[in-house]
Design a protein around this ligand. Structure first.
Ligand code: FES
Length: 388
């Protein structure tokens, strides 16, 4: 994190802590519960948001060497991501151009060519069709036109972004805006994955809402997050649809006891950054938890891939034990507290008990998130683009 950004956040949080205030909206904000439940609405969200905006589907660390690849399915779309001999990342629909089988069926590996397991057509790591089995018996094939369908793909700041619809271009700089500097300042391209965990969740927005406020720390996370992080205080910034929230730790006030030059960047706070529409990044310059939230297969379901990724891997048994304990605490907090509550919300919504939810002024991140979902899912004109 850039030091100037840290100092700014720390000063804002110290002031909020002293005055028992928080960054907030001017008023409360209301959303219809139907927006979480309606299947047509959910389909619009998938088509207009998840199939057209850049999604973060891989890490540089997963595809470090030329020839490495990974597969992932997102909102029903099977994707193959490769790093070619040229060192560049490429993404394709993982769908054979013969009769549609998945060309690559394992999750990751190293290969310069991929043979479809059904009839043996072969593609290279740039997606070109380079071999048709028994071609003399098969007949003519326009190999140039029969490559894997390419998807727009960009690697920035250690993260690999893909657009799920062939032919839809990506302007990652325009999409991320000011958040790009934030990401690139972290140095994620040099981090290494320690552990990945997949968690089932309720509707994607129910889950995502939980990443955007600290109003629930004292009550829901009494014995986990709240043991170190204060409740209902935040320093909030948005970059278009992307958000950065600084949450003070209980020891933030110790900064008052020393000159600013001695404050260590990151000291006394957690920072959560969200990349619209589906990523939450929690941690410090030394790493932490990045969560990729993937909706479906129905409106009531989602899954979250948690990646614990750090600049330094533990090198002793003691360090490993400490890291395992930290990971276990975080997995438990999300799975048994946030997501367990999310499943309850899902059930509660279906009873009809609430026609709408009201987000408090202090839940500003949720206001912004839902305004941006509405903007895209309802196909609003540019003139109604939410304020950044
Ligand atoms: Fe892939 Fe036939 S479906 S070779």
């Amino acid at each position: 994190m850039r030091r100037s950004e840290y100092i700014g956040l720390a000063e804002r949080l110290l002031e909020h802590e002293a005055n028992n205030t928080t960054d907030s909206a001017e008023d409360t904000y209301t959303v219809p519960v139907a927006d979480y439940l309606d299947e047509a609405r959910w389909n619009n969200e998938m088509e207009a948001i998840f199939k057209r905006l850049p999604l973060m589907l891989a890490y540089t660390d997963e595809l470090r060497e030329p020839g490495s690849y990974k597969t992932i399915e997102a909102v029903g779309v099977p994707v193959l991501i490769t790093r070619g001999k040229d060192g560049m990342v490429h993404a394709f629909l993982n769908v054979c151009s013969h009769r549609g089988a998945a060309v690559v069926t394992d999750e990751c590996g190293t290969a310069s060519r991929f043979m479809c397991p059904y009839h043996g057509w072969t593609f290279n790591d740039q997606g070109a069709l380079i071999g048709v089995a028994d071609k003399h018996k098969f007949g003519e094939v326009d190999t140039e036109a029969k490559g894997l369908k390419e998807l727009a793909c960009e690697e920035r700041g250690g993260l690999i972004f893909v657009v799920l619809t062939p032919g839809v271009p990506m302007d990652i700089e325009a999409h991320l805006g000011g958040m790009l500097d934030e990401i690139e300042s972290l140095g994620i391209e040099n981090w290494h994955i320690y552990k990945q965990v997949e968690l089932p969740g309720a509707n994607w927005k129910v889950c995502y809402d939980g990443y955007l406020e600290g109003y629930h720390f004292a009550t829901l996370h009494t014995n986990t997050i709240f043991t170190f992080s204060a409740n209902n205080i935040m320093a909030y910034d948005s970059y278009g649809p992307h958000q950065r929230i600084g949450f003070p730790h209980h020891n933030l006030g110790e900064l008052r006891t020393k000159p600013q030059e001695e404050w260590e960047t990151g000291e006394g706070m957690s920072v959560i950054r969200t990349l619209f529409p589906h990523v939450s990044m929690a941690g410090s310059d030394q790493g932490g938890l990045i969560s990729q939230l993937i909706p479906g297969p129905t409106p009531e379901q989602s899954r979250t891939i948690q990646t614990y990724i750090y600049a330094m891997q533990p090198s002793t048994d003691e360090e490993r034990a400490a890291m395992d304990a930290s990971v276990e605490m975080t997995v438990g907090a999300v799975r048994d507290e946030d997501y367990a509550t999310g499943f309850g919300i899902q059930k509660g919504m279906s009873t009809g008990a609430n026609e709408e939810f009201t987000f408090g002024k202090n839940e500003l991140g949720l206001h912004k998130f839902h305004q941006w979902v509405n903007f895209y899912a309802e196909g609003k004109p540019e003139s109604e683009r939410p304020n950044p």
